[in-house]
Design a binder for this molecule. Structure first.
Ligand SMILES: NC(=O)c1ccc[n+]([C@@H]2O[C@H](COP(=O)([O-])OP(=O)(O)OC[C@H]3O[C@@H](n4cnc5c(N)ncnc54)[C@H](O)[C@@H]3O)[C@@H](O)[C@H]2O)c1
Ligand SMILES: O=C[C@H](O)CS(=O)(=O)O
Length: 485
């Protein structure tokens, strides 16, 4: 018997309404990034389990897609109620496997559950239309139909919300789903599946497969019964999936990486901008796709702003997310920690300076890095070109509006951008010139369930959230009717 199975609690996969995989010979440990301790293990599924999940989802689609929107909404709301009743347990599980502070995990649970209640209603508003025909004996009807079996592959940084942001609209539209959560954070996904089962969502409608990512992804890409891949993760993996989806022209939605500029104009409310920058930079220890990555401050106000920003950072506490009063938890793993250290080294070797770094909790076992401010940063440094995904804040100065817009747009990414200015005309000039799908204008936390979340350029394809998000799971069909008049 596997040593892992003997030592750790196994969290089985959820396929076709049953918990499977404990009989497997191979398991993958799930580790708490705050302590390095193993908190459980999952079966290392692959092609076989990926196919079994599609078998189940394909069978279930025949009946789930024929339910009324009202019936699907009722079941989604039962799931919503159970998630709300189990929010604290889900949040603790999330903090244990992902590391974010409990208060952030509770916030993510509300955000994640918000997609379920939003789409439980939105599913009732999938309207078609009639189009005036150009010939008197014809009538034209347009209807929207569920695309079919949807494969969802999700990242580790938002273990609940990145799943419900896909699964809620898919189910509301009448689709069925096969889900592959990130290997680092599968437990939250499996708990959500348990609650969906308890809510009475029929077997096969929602399936969770854990294990070998590329093998599972390849199986779903090749399976003609899977009509859509919806992926959230790195741009690199997104490109691989998009390339392979071309093989059989499979639909893809991609929510990919970011490199958000945070622009502080000389007429900004500097205190508000400093507070906003902490919110945007250090949420989830800097591990969100829309975290500020590059900070551009007008040279006239750079010194004053940096002092205000530093004062805000001094209030932040680093530690285990389960402990009271913690603002910044560990990074997800050792690679993430080493990357952050590399980015700081690269900056300082090329002329950048560390103007502030919080107390590094060296006594703790986890992958911790204290919030750090870098100044004297230039656009050719790695921290300005790569997605940092960690708690370092590189500050660069600029002279003119035209200069900062050009520098902010000079990236292959186009997900989120932030602008702080008190001038109305300047607000419109800059926000309309920025090549980003999400813009926070004097607002550092633009995410919500009702917005079309997504990016320009290599930050993705499609949108999630709001009425835009359900369109990703619908096909458009028109019927041209010839009449005897
Ligand atoms: N745009 C958004 O909404 C959004 C949201 C969250 C995270 N992200 C991005 O996700 C990245 C961090 O997440 P991550 O480290 O989990 O990303 P990742 O790309 O490494 O992994 C994402 C998911 O894909 C799976 N995967 C990896 N290789 C695969 C393959 N070859 N075939 C199929 N599946 C594969 C992983 O197991 C995981 O489930 C960052 O770049 C972040 O910006 C974007
Ligand atoms: O990391 C990406 C998430 O989409 C961020 S948010 O929680 O939606 O803001």
């Amino acid at each position: 018997m596997s040593q892992i199975k003997e030592k750790y609690e196994i969290y089985p996969m959820y396929i076709d309404g049953s918990w499977v995989g404990e009989e497997q010979g191979s398991f993958t440990k799930v580790t708490n990034p705050a302590t390095g301790m193993v908190i459980g293990a999952i079966p290392t599924g692959g092609t076989t389990e990926a196919k079994q999940a599609v078998d189940a989802a394909h069978r279930a689609f025949k009946t789930w897609s024929k339910k009324t929107a009202e019936e699907r909404s009722h079941l989604l709301m039962k799931w919503h109620r159970l998630i709300d009743e189990n929010k604290e347990e889900l949040a603790k599980l999330m903090t244990l496997e992902q590391g974010k502070p409990l208060k952030e995990a509770l916030g993510e649970m509300d955000y994640a559950n918000g997609f379920i209640s939003w789409y439980a209603e939105e599913g009732k508003r999938i309207y078609g239309e009639t189009i005036p025909a150009s010939q008197p004996n014809k009538r034209i009807l347009v209807r929207k139909e569920p695309v079919g079996v949807v494969a969802a592959i999700t990242p580790w940084n938002f273990p609940a919300a990145m799943i419900t942001r896909k699964v809620a609209p898919a189910l509301a539209a009448g689709c069925t789903t096969v889900i592959k959560p990130a290997t680092q954070t599968p437990l939250t996904a499996l708990k959500l599946a348990e609650l969906a089962h308890e809510a009475g969502i029929p077997k096969g409608v929602l399936n969770v497969v854990t294990g070998k990512s590329s093998e599972i992804g390849e199986a779903w890409l090749k399976d003609p019964r899977v009509t859509k891949i919806t992926f959230t993760g790195s741009t690199e993996v997104g490109k691989t999936l998009m390339r392979n989806a071309a093989e059989n022209v499979k639909k893809v939605s991609l929510e990919l990486g970011g490199n958000a500029p945070f622009i502080v104009m000389d007429d900004a409310n500097l205190q508000k901008a400093a507070v906003g920058l902490v919110q945007s930079k250090f949420r989830n220890a800097g591990q969100t796709c829309i975290c500020t990555n590059r900070i551009y401050v007008h040279e006239k106000v750079a010194e004053e702003f940096t002092v205000l920003f530093k004062k805000e950072l001094e209030k932040l506490k680093v530690g285990n997310g389960l402990d009271e009063g913690i603002d910044i938890g560990p990074l997800i793993d050792r690679d993430a920690l080493e990357k952050v250290k590399m980015l700081v080294d690269d900056a300082t070797k090329n002329g950048g300076k560390v103007v502030f770094s919080g107390e590094q909790p060296t006594e703790l076992e986890g992958f911790y890095y204290a919030p750090t401010i870098l100044s004297g940063i230039t656009d050719d440094m790695a921290c300005m070109k790569e997605e940092i995904f960690g708690p370092i804040a590189p500050i660069s100065t600029f002279k003119t509006e035209e200069e900062v817009i050009e520098r902010a747009n000079n990236s292959v990414y186009g997900l989120a951008a932030y602008v702080y200015t008190e001038n109305l005309s300047r607000s419109f000039r800059i926000t309309e010139a920025l090549e980003y799908g999400i813009i926070g204008l004097n607002d550092a936390l633009p995410s919500a369930v009702q917005v079309p979340f997504g990016g320009y350029k290599e930050s993705g394809l499609g949108r999630e959230g709001g009425h835009f998000g359900i369109e990703e799971f619908l096909e458009v069909k028109y019927i041209s009717i010839g009449l005897e008049l």
